[in-house]
Design a protein around this ligand. Structure first.
Ligand SMILES: C[S@@+](CC[C@H](N)C(=O)[O-])C[C@H]1O[C@@H](n2cnc3c(N)ncnc32)[C@H](O)[C@@H]1O
Length: 321
């Protein structure tokens, strides 16, 4: 269907669907058919126009030129998160990376824009067609190759780095158990042994026990929502734990061991609710140090989400009741 939308007739249908997007869907379909577009093309153009509107928060102005599948958009990395990861890989000296499980290509696009050459792979032919179209419309074909393959059969050795963002959905639902990711945890956990500069993008609920010693685990939030955990292996690991908090496009970071127990103190006049990325990264004690604050309950601050959320700056000069 992507091929049909990229013909002159498909582009005309897409342009008209873009004008009609946001209105009554039945009226839009009737208007498109009345303009002479066959029903299947009209339906595809309207779906694409709707997805482009939905994609704006993740892709900004690029959304108007890109192609999407519903699942692909849902699973795609947000533009600013992908751009930060790509810049970090580039500044670590990586020039050629494999993108295993590329989806519609959000990460591959950011890698290329950061200056990396990318070989991207995905199992699903429809998704591969969308990723290829996106690479082309964004003018990145010289830097990105997209292949349809099961990554279990891909040899990632020979790349400077490998990035893998496994599917975390099954049967239309989000999957939380890494064993149920596709590809499975065994393949993911073995990647750093094959390519030392490996980066795995995982769900934010990943268990710290699954993070190998010497690997950096980074939790990322965007405007208050924790969107992913990323494991940076081998020479890419800088610290044990990192929280990256992106708000209104501005990023701030906190790093540490993730195992410190903070200092407890009485409740005073301000309760501070740390960002979820800081909580997930077990960096509440480090944040308390930075703000000269104390924790309500140090025993839970480095372990559970609920208990780590409320604490009090110690320089507030007043005691909370
Ligand atoms: C989370 S999405 C990737 C999103 C992508 N990083 C982006 O930002 O656009 C996961 C993708 O993995 C693909 N996938 C799942 N199992 C796979 C396998 N064994 N080999 C290759 N691709 C696979 C799915 O088809 C899906 O497109």
């Amino acid at each position: 269907m992507i091929a049909a939308l990229r013909t002159p007739e498909g582009e005309a249908a897409l342009a008209r669907a873009g004008e009609l997007a946001g209105g009554d869907p039945l009226a839009a379909a009737a208007a498109l058919r009345a303009s002479g577009h066959p029903p299947h093309l009209a339906a595809a153009a309207l779906t694409q126009a709707e997805l482009r509107v939905r994609a704006v928060p993740k892709f900004g102005a690029d959304a108007a030129r890109m192609f999407f599948t519903r699942d692909g958009l849902q699973q795609a990395t947000r533009g600013p998160v992908a751009a930060r990861r790509a810049a970090r890989l580039f500044s670590s000296g990586v020039r050629r990376t494999a993108d295993l499980c590329c989806g519609i290509g959000a990460d591959a696009i950011s890698f290329a824009r950061a200056g990396l050459r990318v070989h991207a792979f995905d199992l699903d032919p429809g998704t591969v067609a969308v990723a290829r179209a996106n690479v082309e419309v964004l003018g990145l074909s010289d830097l990105v190759t997209v292949s349809c393959a099961d990554v279990a059969a891909v040899d990632p050795t020979g790349f400077d780095a490998v990035f893998c963002d496994p599917a975390r959905r099954g049967g239309g639902r989000r999957v939380f158990d890494p064993a149920a990711y596709s590809p499975g945890w065994d393949l993911l956990a073995a990647l750093p042994g094959r390519v030392p500069r490996s980066v795995l993008k995982l769900g934010p609920g990943i268990d710290h026990a699954l993070v190998p010693d010497g690997t950096e685990a980074e939790w990322v939030s965007v405007d208050g929502e924790v969107v992913e955990a990323a494991l940076w292996h081998g020479p890419l690991a800088d610290v044990a734990r990192r929280a990256t908090v992106i708000r209104a496009g501005e990023a701030s970071q906190l790093t540490g061991s993730g195992s410190r127990v903070g200092v407890a103190g009485p409740v005073r006049d301000v309760l501070y609710d740390p960002d979820g990325a800081v909580v997930r990264a077990h960096l509440v004690a480090e944040l308390a140090d930075q703000l000269n604050a104390t924790l309500l309950d140090p025993s839970v601050a480095s372990r559970s989400r609920s208990g780590a959320r409320r604490w009090c700056p110690s320089n507030s000069g007043a005691t909370c009741g």
